[in-house]
Design a protein around this ligand. Structure first.
Ligand SMILES: C[S@@+](CC[C@H](N)C(=O)[O-])C[C@H]1O[C@@H](n2cnc3c(N)ncnc32)[C@H](O)[C@@H]1O
Length: 260
């Protein structure tokens, strides 16, 4: 299957996408000599920032997209920082003893969060921290319209019946899950980031860099172009024409520390 992630498209809304990263980083308790992994590190820009801020002994950025990782490897690496290709589904792959498992805007692509979080908790050292940020936009027009169009001809058969999984749980379900997994005092926040865009058409550009990248993996290129045109038409009908346009973006931020 081709690699749909495009660092340039993703980077179009860099400033808006960075704020949640800093909010998540602020939830982490710095400690000396940490061993850190950043799951779904993308272009690595924010992994570098994480490494610079926490000054850990080691930071590994993992991503399955070679296009994103190529970008990550372009600049010189600070001591202790490295990037590696891999699936979050296969993490921790025999490794353990992490002091911080960090993931910004990636775990919503991975199914079965009960099992995933159990694996992450096990990969932590005593007093290890888990810090995760994920969009929670599955019940908003930008996501519902894409799912609706995919249900109909010719997209359903062209995608082989694929449907985007919706693994993101409710905030309270994460609090319960983390508590069960040994995070004694989990912090769970639902934040609405009020992104002001020039117009509603910019929502399409935004979604092209993330959600629709995944749709493009499952449709032949010519069919995806048709899908995109239909998506644009139907979404703009649904969300209106106001300029500037407020795109309220919901995100869940999670933090927890395992007991000693
Ligand atoms: C929205 S980007 C976020 C990148 C980075 N964390 C940031 O905040 O800029 C999501 C990244 O997750 C990666 N990704 C999605 N599903 C993945 C999986 N199952 N295993 C590894 N990487 C994955 C994508 O390749 C993409 O680079």
């Amino acid at each position: 299957m081709s690699d749909p992630w495009n660092p340039d498209q993703y980077g179009k809304f860099e400033r808006e996408r960075e704020q949640p990263f800093y909010d998540l980083l602020a939830m982490v308790r710095p400690a000396a000599n940490m061993r850190v992994v950043d799951l779904g590190c993308g272009t690595g820009t924010l992994t570098r920032e994480l490494h610079a801020q926490l000054q850990p002994r080691e930071t590994i950025g993992i991503d399955r997209s070679s296009r994103m990782l190529d970008k990550a490897g372009e600049a010189e690496l600070s001591p202790g920082l490295r990037f590696q290709i891999g699936d979050i589904e296969s993490f921790p792959d025999g490794t353990s003893g992490y002091d911080l498992i960090f993931s910004n805007a990636a775990l919503h692509w991975v199914e079965d969060h009960e099992a995933l979080f159990a694996r992450l908790a096990e990969a932590l050292a005593p007093q290890g921290q888990l810090a995760v940020q994920m969009p929670a936009m599955h019940d908003e027009a930008s996501h519902l319209v894409a799912a609706e169009i995919l249900e109909a001809a010719p997209y359903r058969s062209a995608s082989g019946g694929w449907q985007k999984a919706q693994p993101v749980l409710s905030p309270s379900a994460y609090a319960r899950l983390m508590f069960r997994l040994g995070f004694g005092d989990p912090v769970v926040r639902l934040i609405v980031y009020p992104h002001v865009l020039a117009g509603p058409d910019e929502v399409v550009e935004w979604v092209k860099g993330t959600l629709l990248a995944e749709y493009s993996r499952h449709l032949p290129p010519d069919v995806f172009e048709r899908f995109l045109a239909e998506y644009r038409g139907r979404l703009l009908e649904r969300i209106g024409t106001e300029r500037p346009f407020l795109f309220p973006f919901k995100r869940i931020l999670l933090w927890g520390q395992r007991s000693a």
